[in-house]
Design a protein around this ligand. Structure first.
Ligand code: NAP
Ligand code: MG
Length: 471
């Protein structure tokens, strides 16, 4: 059994907790590795290492930092297969989605940031002043399990470029991607203490790390509930906070839109990654009078595309839920949907046997007030809602505590864009427009604070100093 330690100050360090946590493969329920269950002392060591490394790293200048990160980029590219395989093993994402989704996203987003930052001014003149932008200090990166490699990439690439040093606390369900990241960083030869990983549970070491007096920025991706707690925690020392939280995003099919494309776009987001995607288009909002045609298309799409099974099988689209707990959460929501009067159109059951599998599920006759339309399920569950007027469709889409993503399809781009502009969320797709790896990602309302990805993603990690010079 492989056992992994924390990566602190450029070294693999054993915790004096003497406790390990098993990492499960959610498709087989087998233990595939063990990681350290860290304690507060380990967090203290990691934060101290990051604090000690900050001054040199911050003052060496962006060009010198970029040299290290270019080296890291090359090593990540050379290790794409290892990264993909690790994600399949610990998360249960299908091999095909891990290779076509997870890994390219990480590589392309890192590349885009390394390129775009070369045109970014870390110093500029304004009247007689010199405006200087630099790192805050130590950034605590607390990350979820659903995109275990890229959620770390989205934080550490901008944080390190900006001159900060980092301590990463990955999700306990998927720590191996973070351990692999540390191995790649070790190979790239980043200075000791610039990047540190501490494994352990969120409610103990995650909480302690976020509140640590030497942490200047809390950068968190995860549930809105935990994010709210961190907002409170940050207030004590007025820490900078970056929050990427949950979503319950809407896909609106306007009258006369291409129904096949509308269904495919929405359904793919709830099948890929077993629906464990914060930006998934989980509410499909369609014209009441086109409902019958839509349902035929949905049924056929699921018959042809929703293969559940062993994620390493190349034909599998939907793997298991990440954990038994997540499977239970999804099944509780499905039960609630049934109780509140939505109708199961497809699926609706757990799958017995080994692995944390559930049937891809579609609810119809959903009212937007129902729990399954308001709360994030984080599983392969789609809610279909209908409308009579376009105003009503927009109202339904915006009637949500979240505002992370959204999509509109229409008979022409202008009409769809007009509706997209009225959606209160941080990302909206018009007629299957592609997403480039440099555009900002983040949420309105309770979906978060700040933006990740691309040049907008660096701003949250920069302090700004105005140096007034004599005339
Ligand atoms: P979570 O329970 O909020 O956990 C996220 C991270 O926070 C994990 O590392 C977790 O550690 C840690 N954590 C838990 N309690 C904590 C506390 N009291 N103090 C500090 N850290 C704590 O979320 P999840 O269940 O892993 O992920 C699913 C959620 O994340 C969904 O709601 C999803 O929408 C959201 N999400 C959002 C985005 C986005 O970009 N907007 C992306 C991905 C996911 P442990 O897991 O080890 O306990
Ligand atoms: Mg959790």
């Amino acid at each position: 059994m492989k056992q992994y330690q924390n990566y602190i100050n450029g070294q693999w360090m054993t915790s004096n907790s003497n406790e390990m946590t098993a990492v499960l493969n959610p498709a087989t329920e087998e233990t595939i590795a063990e990681v350290t269950s860290s304690n507060n002392e380990d967090v203290d060591k990691a934060v101290q290492a990051a604090k000690d490394a900050f001054s040199d790293w911050n003052s060496m200048g962006v060009d010198a930092r970029l040299e290290y990160l270019e080296k890291l980029y090359e090593i990540i590219v050379a290790n794409k297969q290892r990264i993909a395989d690790t994600i399949v093993q610990e998360l249960g994402a299908s091999q095909s989605f891990s290779e076509s989704g997870h890994v390219p996203q990480s590589v392309n987003e890192m590349r885009a940031m390394l390129d775009d930052v070369r045109d970014f001014s870390f110093e500029e003149k304004m009247d007689t002043a010199l405006i200087q932008k630099e790192g805050f200090g130590v950034v605590a990166c607390i990350t979820p399990w659903n995109y275990p490699f890229n959620q770390i990439q989205r934080k550490i690439t901008p944080a390190l470029i900006a001159g900060n040093t980092v301590v990463v606390k990955p999700a306990n369900d998927t720590p191996l991607s973070a351990i692999l990241y540390a191995e790649l960083i070790e190979e790239a030869g980043l200075p000791a203490g610039v990047f540190n990983v501490v494994t352990g549970s969120g409610s103990t070491v995650g909480d302690y790390l976020a509140g640590h007096e030497d942490v200047s920025v809390i950068s968190f991706t995860g549930s809105t509930e935990v994010g709210r707690g961190l907002y409170d925690k940050a207030s004590d020392q007025i820490k900078k906070l970056v929050l990427e939280l949950g979503g319950k995003s809407a896909m609106i099919g306007l009258p006369g839109a291409d129904k096949h494309k509308t269904v495919k776009q929405s359904v793919d987001t709830v099948l890929n990654n077993s629906g464990q995607t914060c930006a998934a288009l989980t509410r499909l909002i369609i014209p009441e009078e086109e409902k019958a045609e839509y349902l035929d298309i949905i049924k056929k799409y699921y018959e042809e595309n929703a293969q559940v099974g062993d994620p390493t099988d190349e034909n599998t689209k939907v793997g298991p839920m990440v954990s038994e707990k997540q499977k239970e959460t999804v099944m509780d929501y499905i039960q609630k949907g049934k109780e509140e009067g939505a109708k199961v159109f497809i699926g609706g059951n757990a799958i017995d046997g080994r692995g944390f599998f559930v049937e891809p599920t579609v609810f119809i006759d959903v009212d937007n007030k129902m729990t399954i339309a308001q709360e994030e399920i984080f599983g392969p569950v789609l809610a279909v809602l209908t409308y009579n007027t376009v105003e009503e469709a927009i109202e339904i889409a915006n009637d949500s505590p979240y505002g992370l993503s959204g999509a509109v399809t229409g008979p022409n781009d202008e009409e769809a864009l007009e509706v997209a502009k009225q959606i209160r969320s941080g990302n909206v797709y018009v007629n299957q427009g592609p997403r480039s790896p440099r555009v900002p990602f983040g949420g309105y309302k309770q979906s978060g604070l700040g933006r990740e990805v691309g040049i907008y993603g660096i701003e949250d990690y920069l302090e700004i100093k105005s140096i007034m010079l004599p005339e």
